[in-house]
Write a protein that binds this ligand. Structure first.
Ligand code: GLN
Length: 283
């Protein structure tokens, strides 16, 4: 371990070596963790790699490396995540937003770009990344964002404050539609938990650090998605936009059973990743 004072370059080498067995991008992650530990950006680190870091910074950095070696996602350690080219605050109480969920933002924009003052509901706001990105893209929109988790709501609130969107995004603690029965929205958007409980413990170690209620939808996985869809059928909203698991298309088609128009979309890796549902009105 490190005993004497070390410089930036030595610290990065130490971290890269420690992490080499747990990640393919050990050096890159070591740089990010160091940058978090000394609260300086990447450019500072590159330009000043012979600068010494203080003993307390070294301790923080060693702790970050230890946590990462233990499987904790880098985003939780540095409390930062990039989504839709923006930086969000993140910590353990909320799912780390994934790049594939950026598609939800683009689709919400496409669906509502011609609608002035759109009203949107997000079910399962998590860190707030999706609602915030949508609010920024759709200038005059208003969003009600709900979550069952108080910890997630706190994280979302912090991000909403950072982005100055408190007047456009309202947070409500609610189990699915429970506390929002009487409001009518132009779009409902959701990235619900959709992984099967049977997968718990068998996936990447990093997932063990994320909230179960944000990941696992039930024994099959699609239980929460199905509840959202069935409740949507009983409500007034025309449009429902959801993310889903790569293998859930058939189940969703069967559930819909031609009661609504459905369009599926894929993620950048080519996997089925979600759908847009539109109600069919017979005149
Ligand atoms: N896409 C996430 C993952 O595979 C899961 C998120 C979710 O269940 N909504 O890790």
């Amino acid at each position: 371990m490190i005993n004497t004072k070390i410089n930036i370059n030595e610290a990065i080498n130490f971290g890269a070596n420690e992490l080499k067995n747990i990640t393919k991008r050990a050096r890159y992650e070591s740089e990010i963790l160091l940058s978090g530990a000394i609260k300086k950006d990447k450019i500072y680190i590159i330009l000043n790699n012979s600068y010494f870091i203080s003993e307390s910074e070294t301790e923080i950095f060693k702790n970050y490396i230890f946590r990462r070696k233990n499987g904790e996602p880098i985003e939780y350690i540095i409390e930062k995540v990039s989504f839709y080219s923006m930086n969000f605050y993140i910590s353990k109480g909320a799912l780390i937003p994934r790049p594939e969920s950026e598609i939800l933002v683009d689709l919400a924009f496409e669906l509502l770009k011609n609608k002035k003052n759109a009203n949107i509901l997000e079910i399962g706001v998590g860190s707030g990344a999706v609602s915030i990105a949508v609010a920024i893209k759709l200038q005059n929109s208003k969003i009600v964002a709900i979550d069952i988790s108080r910890d997630a709501l706190k994280i979302a609130h912090k991000n909403i404050k950072i982005f100055n969107l408190e007047d456009r995004i309202e947070l409500i603690e609610s189990n699915l539609f429970e506390n929002i029965k009487n409001i009518n929205f132009d779009l409902i958007i959701s990235n619900p938990p959709y992984i099967s409980l049977n997968e718990k413990g068998k996936l990447q170690r990093e997932l063990d650090f994320e909230p179960d209620e944000a990941l696992y939808g039930g024994e099959v996985g699609d239980e929460v998605l199905k509840k959202i869809i069935e409740t949507w059928f009983l409500r007034n909203e025309t449009l429902l936009l959801c993310e889903m698991g790569y293998d859930q298309k058939e189940n969703i088609i069967n559930l819909i059973n031609n009661r609504a128009k459905i369009e599926f979309f894929k993620d950048l890796a080519g996997f089925d990743r979600g759908f847009i549902l539109k109600k069919i009105f017979n005149i």
